[in-house]
Design a protein around this ligand. Structure first.
Ligand code: 5GP
Length: 202
């Protein structure tokens, strides 16, 4: 059976990658990986749906057991993608999407080179700043830090396969869908299946 494809949506916080991801999952029926984190749940977040909320000890144990596809420490909290559910899902022929930050995205590319990295950009730093202010989860100093971090991340955009500017949500979602379709139309090492199918018909 053909392996599913792994799409990695990454980019600065506040660029809207979470929202795009939710829409893609809803419309494309693609699987969404649930990460493990040591941070506390916020608001309506549910264990096992938004994240697996775990202790530092459990997170460390999972690292020691080699249970993560990738992991990173972000602003003092640890986040990681459990490896087995992703690999099982892909092996069943279905696509999966990860919504993670940049360090993790690069780790995925190293251990799973077939992963497709998509960078989600805000339309401008001004707009990003406005979104962070509206979200209200960071103070002024933290926002300045995030803007600087965004510039540092944009400097590494050449490491990605695709980029999507998230000005208008509908347009951004359409572009990600177009990327998914394009990846499934690619002539790659699996194309032998297709030629064999034609040969068998003859
Ligand atoms: P938040 O705490 O706001 O939910 O997420 C903070 C950041 O962690 C976001 O940029 C999010 O994409 C990223 N993140 C969430 N899960 C993972 C993960 O499993 N691995 C990595 N590397 N980053 C993650």
């Amino acid at each position: 059976m053909e392996q599913g494809k792994l799409f990695v949506l990454s980019g600065p916080s506040g660029a809207g990658k979470g929202t795009i991801c939710k829409e893609i999952v809803k419309r494309e029926g693609i699987g969404l990986s649930v990460s493990m984190t040591t941070r506390a749940p916020r608001g309506v977040e549910e264990h096992g749906r938004s994240y697996y909320f775990v202790s530092e000890e459990e997170f460390q144990r999972t690292i020691d057991e080699g249970g993560f596809l990738e992991y990173a420490n972000i602003y003092g909290n640890s986040y990681g993608t459990p490896k087995k559910p992703v690999m099982d899902y892909l092996a069943s022929g279905r696509d999966m999407i990860l919504e993670i930050e940049m360090q993790g995205a690069f780790q995925v590319k190293t251990v799973y080179p077939d992963g497709i990295l998509i960078f989600v950009l805000p339309p401008s730093l001004e707009e990003l700043k406005n979104r962070l202010i509206a979200r209200g989860t960071e103070d002024e100093r933290e926002i300045q830090k995030r803007l600087q971090a965004t510039l540092n991340e944009i400097a590494l955009i050449h490491e990605y396969d695709y980029y999507v500017i998230n000005g208008d949500l509908e347009e951004a979602v359409d572009r990600v869908r177009a990327i998914i379709v394009a990846e499934h139309s690619k002539v790659d090492k699996n194309i032998g299946r297709l030629t064999r199918a034609y040969e068998e018909e003859l």
